[in-house]
Write a protein that binds this ligand. Structure first.
Ligand code: PNS
Length: 163
């Protein structure tokens, strides 16, 4: 029984995230998608309840996937939830350097947890939550880039697409 954790800010969840979730769920017995709740630095567009609600709607129908919130160290959350694997998506080489550093630090803090990288699907390799928020705020239609749950919240925040 291998339990994995896919952590992130998910502000908001996009199709690249969802692709990593679905592919990881085929590899591991149980996948927990863990949303970071940073009380010290609440810089997200959507609060923790909204990000979790989006995630729960989007993973509905995936039997071995659950949503959770975590605070503090990721490796501590892994220990508490019995996860042996951290999944992170890699879009391009530019992601690699930062991810490598974090993976090494996480392994130093908890050698029992392995970080595994999943290559993001080519069609989503240019998608990021930051860019989605930027263009949605400026009136772009992002319906091809995010699940409906995210689209509904983005439209509630920024209004319907104008271009
Ligand atoms: O979606 P993001 O913002 O790239 O996700 C980053 C995340 C949440 C995975 C990372 O910031 C994290 O694990 N934060 C919790 C604190 C921690 O354990 N940091 C890793 C050691 S440097």
């Amino acid at each position: 029984m291998i339990r994995a954790v896919y952590p992130g800010s998910f502000d908001p969840l996009h199709n690249g995230h969802l692709d990593v979730i679905k592919r990881s769920a085929r590899i591991f017995d149980q996948l927990t998608v863990a949303v970071l709740h940073n009380r010290q630095k609440p810089t997200t567009l959507f609060d923790i309840e909204e990000r979790l609600a989006i995630l729960r709607e989007a993973i509905d129908g995936l039997p071995n996937v659950e949503a959770a919130m975590f605070e503090g160290l990721l490796v501590e959350f892994c220990r508490q939830s019995g996860a042996r694997v951290i999944v992170r998506g890699l879009r391009a080489i530019s992601d690699y350097e930062a991810e490598l550093q974090v993976a090494h630090l996480n392994r130093q803090m908890n050698p029992a947890v392995e970080t595994l990288f999943v290559m993001t699907a080519t069609r989503w390799s240019f998608v990021s939550s930051t860019r989605i928020k930027e263009i949605a705020q400026l009136g772009a239609n992002v319906d091809k880039l995010v699940p409906k749950a995210s689209l509904d919240r983005l439209e509630a925040r920024f209004g319907p697409p104008r271009v």
